[in-house]
Design a binder for this molecule. Structure first.
Ligand SMILES: Cc1ncc(COP(=O)(O)O)c(C=O)c1O
Length: 367
């Protein structure tokens, strides 16, 4: 089957569509020259908090730092355990290890591949300090159950919303549910900067002022040259904030477009390509179009031959990564089975129905 190549992720196409707005944003920052902490940062923080239906936002260097700063701000430390799904990007575990706490991996649900709340409940122990609700692939984890578990045991609930800008569950937006949420603005995310960027969002004002301080060298409010916490440098650059503010107004429309393309996949994919289920009360923003296939090697061969991009999220769960081997206690049959079957198909707001139909036709002929 022939045709123009279809990229897995069309960052260039999205950037081209917005080139006027991005150039204007870029030029305004070049003109005033406040490249760190310029006025665009505060403006974007306010806009992004409002988008998330939350009250405070602190722009930081990337999504991993956002999660690490949340852990530090919540006082999570050496000896604490933080429960998280094993099927996540390793950054979730890295952030917890960075404050010297231990990731406690749990399994995921077979139909959605989101964290299994029963597995979380079973993993709570005397050292548990927090639960991370990772909103995988654009869909929110079952936060209703996780919130009540966290409340019952006096734990913090952290949202890892790096893949879920704008997602909802039961009407609530990603970023508005937990004690705090970490977002990534890596270029391929639903809201992407022109480089690395991230944010913490929360309603908790004292927590957010601690996080702002930690992200800015522990600088005290009392004075620029006073440091009353051991912090670090993790700030959202002004240029990125300006670009993100220019892109934010079209994020809901971009997410609608992704939803329409996912519906098309659902209608057209062969029955052997099983699309992940969605929570009946959820509104996914389809960061990734993940399917499970019985013969992934054949599917990949056919996509490669047709010039169609693909990905895998994630073929090696965290507990099987050598970097996290010391935390690999427990059994994770669902994540392990899924790791061999998952395949991410092209997904971008620029994707067309014709492209989706071609991907589906290629997979149908391969299976
Ligand atoms: C689930 C998840 N958490 C955290 C991160 C880390 O974000 P960043 O790459 O901006 O550090 C990512 C990024 O890919 C992610 O997908």
């Amino acid at each position: 089957m022939t045709g123009a190549p279809i990229p897995f992720l069309d960052v260039r196409g999205v950037t081209e569509l917005m080139s006027k707005e991005l150039t204007r944003a870029w030029e305004s920052v070049l003109a005033h020259g406040h490249f760190v902490g310029g006025p665009e940062v505060e403006a974007f923080e306010m806009q992004f908090a409002a988008f998330c239906e939350s009250t405070h936002c602190v722009g930081v260097g990337n999504g991993t730092d956002a999660l690490e700063l949340i852990c530090a701000g919540l006082g999570i430390r050496d000896g604490d355990e933080v429960i998280m799904p094993t099927n996540t990007f390793v950054a979730t575990a890295e952030a917890v290890c960075a404050v010297r706490a231990r990731p406690r991996f749990v399994d995921v649900l077979p139909d959605t591949l989101q964290v299994d709340p029963d597995a979380v409940a079973a993993a709570v122990g005397p050292r548990t300090a927090a639960i991370v609700a990772v909103h995988m692939f654009g869909q929110m984890a079952d936060v209703d159950r996780l919130v009540s578990l966290a409340q019952r045991h006096g734990l913090a609930l952290i949202e890892d919303a790096a893949q879920a800008h704008g997602a909802r569950l039961g009407g609530r937006r990603a970023g508005s549910v937990g004690d705090a949420a970490g977002f990534s603005f890596y270029p391929g995310k639903n809201l992407g900067a022109l480089g690395d960027g991230g944010a913490v969002v929360s309603d908790d004002a004292p927590l957010m002022s601690r996080i702002r301080q930690l992200a800015n060298h522990g600088r005290a409010e009392a004075g620029r040259y006073l440091h009353d916490a051991r912090g670090r440098n993790s700030r959202l650059d002004t240029l990125h904030a300006a670009v993100l503010a220019a892109k934010l107004p079209s994020l809901d429309a971009d997410n609608d477009r992704r939803r329409a393309m996912m519906n098309r996949y659902r209608e057209r994919l062969p029955t052997d390509c099983v699309v992940l289920a969605e929570h009946p009360l959820g509104e996914s923003v389809h960061h990734l179009a993940v399917v499970q296939v019985p013969d992934r090697a054949s599917a990949i061969r056919a996509l490669d031959a047709a010039g169609i991009g693909w990905g895998m999220h994630y073929p090696v769960p965290c507990h099987r990564q050598s970097a996290f081997a010391e935390f690999a206690d427990g059994s994770f049959p669902v994540a392990e089975r899924a790791a061999d079957r998952i395949l991410s198909l092209p997904m971008s707001p620029t994707l067309t129905t014709e492209q989706v139909d071609r991907v589906c036709a290629v997979l149908a002929s391969a299976m």
